[in-house]
Write a protein that binds this ligand. Structure first.
Ligand code: MV4
Length: 446
């Protein structure tokens, strides 16, 4: 049903999409900026179109140019990957207007879930548990004050157009509210072009648990279990795993069912993620819905044996959700370390440059998703993700041992990487025992 897919992305995710398409026998088109001409996605795709200069604004974000590239190559679908245009409802609409399948949910669904306050009110109406707070955006500071008194301090102000931790401010004392409200609103206006804020009770020492879902175009939704994503630094995930050390089969079925209900309430189709906060008393609350394939999808692939990318493309072709997807069985445990070109000894400053020597780890239960190679030059224009190392084992202990072994085997010379930081986390006794929450890295001594 889809005859050719243009991949509107770069790096490891572009390779991941090309791999899925090859196995499905669907030809691919890469797009690239001038600085990416020697990138592997350009080499591995069946065709490649240069769409502009290094600056993403003029290349990977240039909507009309990308649609043009799809038209001249006769591509009838665009896969946006993650980042760039993946959650841009206008772009998804532009694809539809030009009779190109956007591989993702409908534009209205992207718009609705992208507005975090609207996503919240959609879930409240559907009876999904949300963190105590406002039902819609705050009209002014007075509304914020009233709600804060009602739910009790500390509270958290979030930008409705933000998400993923961008535009968040914690308020611990009533006296701080007015100033913080005005600052957060101004920041949201300048960062997202939208000053709207909403308020939630601050859930302290919580875990970030997310559920992978897949939906077809006929309203059928399945979930594929959870990912534990509490190991984050400045809202950037560093390590993800599945299953979570604190989620048992009973809780998995409960959260999974709620995630499926949430996806149905959003009219969801394609691959997506429902994010939850899990508090110390095992209460879970809807936080956000991500309408894209995520960086950390491989840990779910490893423990379910399901190729999420291939399923996503099949669903975009109009296939019905296969029955066996709903009956997935978890096998063992998987963990992912995001390897960034950053120097953890120098406050994680980016470390672009030429990779002079490279060796990917291998052996049992080891997967490396990367676009880099010896001689590859990491540009300064994009994110610093070099690759994702994923290990799988019969249980958490085995996959962690494999991760330590695989990190040791990895050779990346010429640039600094986050590998020493991952190794330190893996040696930490709280991490080892599964006893950690979202504040873990704030108090972590490297
Ligand atoms: C919260 C929270 C506590 N209470 N909301 C950060 C990512 C974004 N999706 C929302 N985030 C949070 N929202 C309430 N009401 C704590 C966080 C948070 C966090 C969440 C997951 C992983 C790491 C985190 C680090 C700091 C704060």
């Amino acid at each position: 049903m889809i005859k050719k897919i243009l991949i509107a992305n770069r790096g490891e995710i572009a390779l991941r999409i090309i791999r899925a398409c090859k196995e499905l026998n669907i030809p691919t088109v890469a797009i690239y900026s001038t600085i990416d001409s020697l990138s592997l996605h350009v080499r591995f795709a069946d065709e490649a179109v240069c769409i502009g200069p290094a600056n993403s604004q003029d290349s990977y974000l240039k909507q009309s140019q990308i649609i043009g590239a799809a038209e001249v190559t006769n591509s009838d679908a665009i896969h946006p990957g993650y980042g760039f245009l993946a959650e841009n409802a206008d772009f998804a609409q532009m694809c539809e207007d030009n009779e190109i399948h956007f591989i993702g949910p409908e534009p209205e669904v992207i718009r609705k879930m992208g507005d975090k306050a609207q996503a919240r009110s959609t879930m409240i109406k559907a009876g999904i548990p949300v963190i105590p707070g406002t039902e819609s955006v705050l009209s002014d500071f007075e509304a914020a004050r009233k709600m804060a008194v009602e739910i009790g301090y500390p509270i958290i102000l979030k930008a409705s157009a933000g998400g993923g931790g961008r535009g968040m401010r914690i308020v611990r004392e009533p006296s701080e509210l007015e100033n913080t409200f005005l600052m957060a609103s101004e920041e949201a206006r300048s960062a997202f072009g939208n000053p709207d804020l909403y308020i939630e009770k601050l859930v302290e020492d919580a875990r970030h648990i997310e559920i992978q879902i897949l939906g077809d175009n006929f309203g059928n939704i399945a979930h594929l279990g959870e990912r534990e994503c509490s190991i984050q630094r400045r809202h950037q995930k560093l390590i993800e795993e599945s299953p979570s050390p604190v989620v048992d089969q009973n809780m998995r079925e409960k959260i999974g069912k709620i995630a499926v209900q949430a996806a149905k309430a959003a009219n969801y189709s394609s691959a997506g993620t429902v994010e939850f906060l899990l508090d110390k008393d095992e209460n879970f609350y809807f936080m956000e819905m991500n309408t894209r394939i995520q960086v950390e999808h491989p840990v779910t692939e490893m423990v379910t044996g399901i190729d999420i990318l291939k399923e996503q493309v099949d669903l975009a072709c109009g296939k019905k959700l296969p029955e066996w997807l709903k009956k997935f069985k978890l096998r063992g445990h998987a963990i992912e370390c995001r390897i960034n070109a950053e120097d953890p000894f120098k406050s994680f400053r980016p470390s672009p440059g030429k990779i002079t020597s490279f060796h990917a780890p291998g052996g049992p239960g080891t997967r490396m998703d990367t676009h880099v190679y010896a001689g590859y030059e990491i540009p300064t224009n994009y994110d610093s993700l070099l690759g994702k190392l994923i290990t799988h084992g019969r249980d958490r202990e085995e996959s962690l041992a494999r991760m330590e072994r695989a990190l040791e085997e990895t050779i990346i010379e010429g640039v600094s990487t986050s590998i020493p930081f991952h190794q330190a986390i893996l040696r930490d006794s709280s991490f080892r025992s599964g006893n950690f929450h979202t504040g873990f890295l704030d108090s972590f001594q490297f």
